[in-house]
Write a protein that binds this ligand. Structure first.
Ligand code: AMP
Ligand code: MG
Length: 468
């Protein structure tokens, strides 16, 4: 099965990564394979046994140069000088049909020199969660890593919950470069490596960028666009550590992430986020904080540090306004305004306040806006009616339907469905997994109303666990 590898990361000097093959597993079998993505990547897949062997880690395809990448990162605000791929192995890169270079990475493929106390493995639950959610994000138009395959290993993985079925996820990304990739060299004072990585990142992601600060500007712009996109779909990443913050601006690492049901600006799902650092409404500030860490690292290679600090500070300080503008564009579209003005912010915030106060379902309320059922999502219907009158006045006779149709999905991967899907998958039943993927592939027009429904009181999943 030929994969047209064209590897560049493996060619970087010693110290960027460690060559390490995936650890073979006893009985690989394909749980899911993304044939559309395979076609985009030019990965043939007629032989399912070979698919299982390659994406389970038992067969290294020709042209692959398996390696674990080195990086550092701030985890919940504290710096860890060395992390690295502890359970992921980059097989290599391909140029896809659209000319885009992409990494093909196995996640859960066995220990690496960076595994520390971990087993290098993953269990089926988080693998399928990432598969479904990352593909749903892609269908929503959110920049994201993607899922090519989920392969059962035939081996148990031991977690708090006991022995769970082991699995390997094949993740595809426009690269796995992250803020932490720069932090590790800046922290160690390895300025030559820092320069090499900066040039590599510019060539790969922002060829038009002028030097390290040009790269900083490009990454800030990408992140400033990304976060409001998440927010417009009620997405909470959950672990916005600097090692989970990409240079490409793609969403990465779907751990304890969640789409919220009822709107709550302060919502947290992750059971490990005890200080609510990564709450829904904190995500913009955290993105800025992460970019400040990138700036701090990039500056280490500049000759004139004072000038660099001044320029980088200006770039970082401009980010909140950039995020605000993107937020307004995204949420403006959600209320049918293709060209919202800053004064429309109040209109949008008034609606969100009502939703927060009444615990209205974020997705379904926006999807119902402009229809007679919208008011049913509120307990204070008079307040909503008053808002709607103000909204109609602002629309001034324009039909908002078309703009809203591309901004307000009818379906999101809801937590209670994900939990059910995982439970069924562990029992060997693929039905809900397939059904969710199908419905989530057309999130603005899906016709599976049962999956669109908000959870009942009994169905609500209050928290998500890393459970890696
Ligand atoms: P994450 O929270 O998934 O971003 O992971 C943080 C760090 O822990 C990364 O360096 C991972 O490679 C590592 N890690 C997470 N789970 C495992 C595991 N089961 N075995 C080895 N390393 C792991
Ligand atoms: Mg990570």
């Amino acid at each position: 099965m030929p994969i047209p590898f064209d590897n560049t990361y493996a060619a970087l000097p010693e110290g960027f990564s460690t060559s390490v093959p995936p650890t073979p597993v006893s009985a690989p079998s394909v749980f899911a394979f993304n044939t559309d993505l395979a076609a985009l990547l030019g990965v043939a897949h007629d032989d399912l046994t070979e698919v299982a062997d390659i994406f389970g880690g038992n067969l290294i395809p020709e042209g692959a140069t398996p390696l674990a990448q080195l990086y550092a990162g701030h985890q919940f605000g504290s710096f860890n000088p060395q992390l690295g791929d502890g359970r992921a192995i980059l097989l290599g890169e391909v140029i896809d049909q659209s000319g885009q270079r992409r990494d093909i990475q196995l996640k859960g493929s066995g220990p690496t020199p960076y595994s520390r106390m971990g087993d290098g493995r993953a269990w089926l639950g988080p693998v399928l969660r990432e598969y479904v959610v990352s593909e749903a994000m892609h269908a929503l138009g959110v920049p994201t890593t993607r899922a090519l395959a989920a392969v059962l290993t035939g081996e148990p993985v031991y977690r708090e919950t006991g022995a769970m079925p082991g699995a390997v996820l094949t993740r595809v990304a426009s690269s796995h470069l992250r803020v932490g990739s720069f932090q590790v060299f800046a922290h160690r004072g390895q300025i030559d490596h820092l320069k090499t990585l900066t040039n590599y990142a510019i060539a790969r992601h922002s060829p038009e960028a002028d030097g390290p600060l040009g790269l900083l500007q490009a990454v800030c712009t990408a992140q400033a666009a990304l976060i409001p996109t998440w927010m417009s779909f009620g997405f909470i990443h959950g672990v916005m550590n600097t090692d989970n913050c990409t240079i490409s601006g793609e969403t990465i690492d779907y751990g304890p992430c969640a789409f919220m049901d009822a709107y709550d600006h302060a919502r947290v799902f992750s059971s490990i986020d005890r200080s609510a650092r990564y709450a829904y409404g904190n995500q913009p500030q955290i993105a800025v904080w992460n970019m400040a860490q990138l700036a701090t690292s990039l500056i280490q290679q500049m000759d004139d540090k004072d000038a660099a600090i001044e320029e980088a500070t200006a770039i970082i300080h401009a980010m909140p306004l950039q995020i605000e503008e993107q937020w307004l564009a995204r949420f403006g579209a959600k209320v049918g305004l293709s060209a919202p003005t800053p004064t429309d912010q109040t209109l949008i915030e008034d609606l969100l306040s009502l939703m927060q106060q009444d615990g209205a379902d974020f997705t379904n309320t926006f999807a119902a806006l402009g229809t007679p059922t919208a008011r049913d999502h509120f307990t204070d219907r008079a307040a909503f009616d008053a808002w709607e009158t103000t909204w109609r006045t602002r629309l001034d006779g324009q039909d908002p339907t078309e703009v809203m149709a591309h901004a307000n999905p009818v379906i999101i991967p809801r937590n209670h469905r994900i939990e059910d899907m995982i439970e069924q998958a562990v029992a060997g039943d693929h039905t809900l997994f397939e059904r969710m993927n199908t419905a989530l592939a057309t999130p603005f027009t899906s016709t599976d109303p049962d999956l669109h429904r908000a959870p009942t009181q009994q169905q609500i999943v209050p928290a998500t666990f890393c459970g890696t």
